[in-house]
Design a protein. Structure first.
Length: 74
C-alpha cells in the first residue's frame, strides 16, 4: 500500500519546509507561510495526487483556514 500517489509526497514535504521555516519568525509569519503553501499546492496539484489517503485538491482551503486560525490566535 502506498502512502502517497502522484505528487502528494513532494507537495507534503514542500508544505512542511515552507511552514517550518516561516514558523521560526512568529505566528504571523507562520500564517503567511500557510497562505504561501496553499498557493503553491493549488498551482502544482493534480486530480490524482494524495498523501496519507487525503487528496491534494482539498489542501488549499484547509491550509487557508489554518492560516486564519493561526493569525487570529497569534
Amino acid at each position: 500500500m502506498w502512502w502517497w500517489r502522484g505528487r502528494g509526497l513532494m507537495l507534503a514535504l514542500l508544505v512542511a519546509v515552507i511552514v517550518s521555516s516561516s514558523g521560526k519568525h512568529g505566528p504571523s509569519a507562520m500564517a503567511g507561510g500557510l497562505v504561501i503553501s496553499a498557493v503553491v499546492v493549488y498551482l502544482f496539484r493534480d486530480d490524482e495526487s494524495s498523501a496519507f489517503s487525503f487528496r491534494v485538491k482539498f489542501w488549499p482551503p484547509l491550509l487557508l483556514i489554518l492560516a486564519v486560525l493561526v493569525y487570529a490566535r497569534g
